[in-house]
Design a protein around this ligand. Structure first.
Ligand code: HEM
Ligand SMILES: [Ca+2]
Ligand SMILES: [Ca+2]
Length: 342
């Protein structure tokens, strides 16, 4: 099904009004970034002011698209954030996950439940009108995920831009790079390390599970099916009341599309509740619970549960790290016209 975001005259006016302010801000910002560019040639490739001249309203247009889509469907922010994670782990943050079609990354079973592609594509269509052939799908996705977090109550993060879009998207690249819920902490650490992400980044970025939801099958490994079809917890690391709640929602007859909130307390707010849940043995996925059962990660979980400020500050750092994994810049890759086409 094709989705488009209707831009009402009110929110278009809002966008245009805000652009004037934005341009003034951009100008002073541009001088700063120009200074940074001259001072450090290595940083010339990716920078927050990358589109200051070529498409000064890029960030504003993406934000408008994310806002409109999220206003109509509250599940959008979580979808965009997960899309970015799955993009960056395979071929770097290059928009490869966005490509649709047989054999593309999005067709792999591990990516089957990804969604929110249409939001990126809507933003791309707008950008192709304002600044044709300029802003990459890879950057749009980073901005959209950044905005999604902020819209959900999370920190606002300044992200460097200038990524180019990849020219390959292959389902066979997904499994060797993606994490799985049944992984041990060591296996997850290895996958992260291969992308330059540390065990600390793993704890911080898993905090994304403070929003969104997961299908019953993704934590099916934590239950066994009794002869009467009911589910009984297979591991006792889950709080028993929480386990019962999950078992009731995901009973044997529940449909494949049944899902439950990742964070049962504040399901659509980007806050540090995820870490408090972990400490209360209410981590939904096995890969969540493991962060509190392993001494290598537990103290960080405790610190984030106590301090939203600490979590937000670390999130900003780790998010920028994630969003720069394996980026293509300069004359690598391409700037696509449509994000979903190869
Ligand atoms: C570290 C290992 C991780 C594993 C094993 C993992 C696994 C999963 C799984 C199985 C789901 C449920 C998917 C579904 O049923 O549709 C999910 C949801 C989600 N994940 Fe992760 N994830 C991990 C890390 C991350 C990271 C680093 C991010 C982002 C920075 C992230 C963002 C999300 C979001 C936002 C959702 C909710 C999606 C929605 O509501 O549509 N995850 N994750
Ligand atoms: Ca990618
Ligand atoms: Ca939350």
């Amino acid at each position: 099904m094709e989705h488009t975001i209707p831009f009402t005259s009110t929110n278009l006016m809002e966008v245009v009004g805000a652009m004037k302010l934005d341009q003034a801000f951009r100008f002073s910002f541009f001088r700063l970034s120009l200074f940074a560019l001259l001072a450090s040639p290595a940083a010339a490739q990716l920078s927050p002011g990358f589109y200051s001249f070529s498409c000064p309203n890029a960030e504003l247009l993406v934000r408008g698209a994310v806002r409109s889509a999220s206003a109509m469907d509250s599940t959008v922010p979580a979808k965009l954030l997960r899309l970015l994670f799955h993009d960056c782990l395979v071929e770097g943050c290059d928009g490869s996950v966005l490509v649709q079609g047989n054999g593309a990354e999005s067709s792999d079973p591990a990516n089957k439940s990804l969604d929110g592609f249409y939001v990126v594509e809507s933003a791309k269509r707008l950008l192709e009108i304002w600044c044709p052939g300029t802003v990459s799908c890879a950057d749009i996705l980073v901005l959209a995920a950044r905005d999604a977090v902020e819209l959900s109550g999370g920190p606002s993060v300044e992200v460097p831009l200038g990524r180019r879009d990849g020219i390959v998207s292959s389902a066979s690249d997904v499994r060797p790079n993606m994490v799985d819920t049944v992984f041990s902490l060591d296996q997850m650490m290895q996958r992260f390390a291969a992308k330059g992400l540390s065990i600390d980044d793993l704890v911080v970025l898993s905090g994304a599970h403070t929003i969104g939801s997961s299908h019953c099958r993704t934590f099916g490994d934590r239950f066994q099916q009794a002869s009467n079809g009911s589910l009984v917890p297979a591991d006792n690391s889950l709080d028993s009341n929480y386990a019962m709640e999950l078992a009731n929602k995901c009973f044997a007859g529940a449909s494949d599309s049944t899902s439950v909130a990742n964070d049962p307390v504040t399901p659509s707010t980007f806050d540090n509740q995820y870490y408090a849940n972990l400490l209360a043995n209410k981590g939904l996925l096995h890969s969540d619970s493991i962060l509190v059962t392993d001494p290598r990660t537990k103290s960080r979980v405790q610190a984030f549960a106590q301090s939203p400020e600490k979590f937000f500050a670390s999130w900003a750092d780790s998010f920028v790290k994630l969003s720069t994994v394996g980026v293509k810049t300069g004359d690598q890759g391409q700037i696509k016209v449509s994000c979903t086409n190869m």
